[in-house]
Design a protein around this ligand. Sequence first.
Ligand SMILES: *[C@@H]1O[C@H](CO)[C@@H](O)[C@H](O)[C@H]1NC(C)=O
Ligand SMILES: *[C@@H]1O[C@H](CO)[C@@H](O)[C@H](O)[C@H]1NC(C)=O
Ligand SMILES: *[C@@H]1O[C@H](CO)[C@@H](O)[C@H](O)[C@H]1NC(C)=O
Ligand SMILES: *[C@@H]1O[C@H](CO)[C@@H](O)[C@H](O)[C@H]1NC(C)=O
Ligand SMILES: *[C@@H]1O[C@H](CO)[C@@H](O)[C@H](O)[C@H]1NC(C)=O
Ligand SMILES: *[C@@H]1O[C@H](CO)[C@@H](O)[C@H](O)[C@H]1NC(C)=O
Length: 228
Amino acid sequence: MPSLYWVALTLVLVINNFCLAQNSNNSSDNTTGFFPPSQKFYSSGFVTPSPPNIQPEFRANYMQHKFDVNIDTHIVSGFIYVSPSQQKIRADAAGDGVLEASFFDFQNTTSNGTMVANAIVSFDGGVTEPTCSSFFVPPFVELFPPDFLAQSNAVFSGVQIDDLYGPVDTWTFSKGDNLQVTFFLDPNNVLVRFDFAASDSLRTFATTRFFNIIPGPINATVFETSCR
Ligand SMILES: *[C@@H]1O[C@H](CO)[C@@H](O)[C@H](O)[C@H]1NC(C)=O
Ligand SMILES: *[C@@H]1O[C@H](CO)[C@@H](O)[C@H](O)[C@H]1NC(C)=O
Ligand SMILES: *[C@@H]1O[C@H](CO)[C@@H](O)[C@H](O)[C@H]1NC(C)=O
Ligand SMILES: *[C@@H]1O[C@H](CO)[C@@H](O)[C@H](O)[C@H]1NC(C)=O
Ligand SMILES: *[C@@H]1O[C@H](CO)[C@@H](O)[C@H](O)[C@H]1NC(C)=O
Ligand SMILES: *[C@@H]1O[C@H](CO)[C@@H](O)[C@H](O)[C@H]1NC(C)=O
């Protein structure tokens, strides 16, 4: 019986390690994968942390659920390229009957700066002829410099348990009058999730998860499109 117990325990440990290792490989350089007592709410060793720098340029798989008073389940998943150095984001998404690539050009905005050029190449109901549409939209993702959390006066809101990543550090800040944003960082300060809530009359909430995150420069060719 004791040997079975150890087999079971080892299996649990192996499975746990495997799950941790999946979080984001480069945080895996950090073999602990846990946060120190200085970041735990009810630890006598708690020390108010300063906002860390984050990796602003990366590509990753993502999934997002966005809803407001008019839309119940706008759930998309796909692949995203985030490039502050090129001022561009591309989000490829698959939904029910739709396949699309959405390009944001943050150098092309409305004069008040709130709306960003967005070109969408989509295949609706079959993947024969793509449609090109372009608009100015309030972007659903943002570009940010490495010290974005410090610039935003982000507030440490504790280590929380994310159902995909386990323990994550959370940082909360406001944007404008009614936008509340929370960034979720893994133990190596990799952005793995962000949520926003806009408490205006539309009551929009969105939660976005990143995984299979590859930090580093984005090849400019991924932003090439004939759709403008
Ligand atoms: C992370 O990736 C490297 C190579 O890409 C691999 O050698 C290493 O085993 C991985 N580490 C973990 C913990 O998955
Ligand atoms: C992971 O970290 C190592 C050293 O810390 C670095 O050499 C490597 O390029 C990183 N891998 C990725 C995919 O960023
Ligand atoms: C691993 O993470 C802990 C907690 O954030 C940190 O104290 C430690 O320095 C990290 N180790 C490495 C090798 O990055
Ligand atoms: C910014 O300009 C756009 C288009 O000119 C307009 O639709 C939008 O309402 C403006 N937003 C603000 C906050 O003024
Ligand atoms: C700027 O964006 C608008 C709306 O998407 C588009 O019509 C226009 O061609 C873009 N301009 C440039 C220079 O890309
Ligand atoms: C960028 O992508 C293109 C097309 O896939 C490829 O030919 C080129 O070598 C890539 N450049 C870099 C720097 O990786």
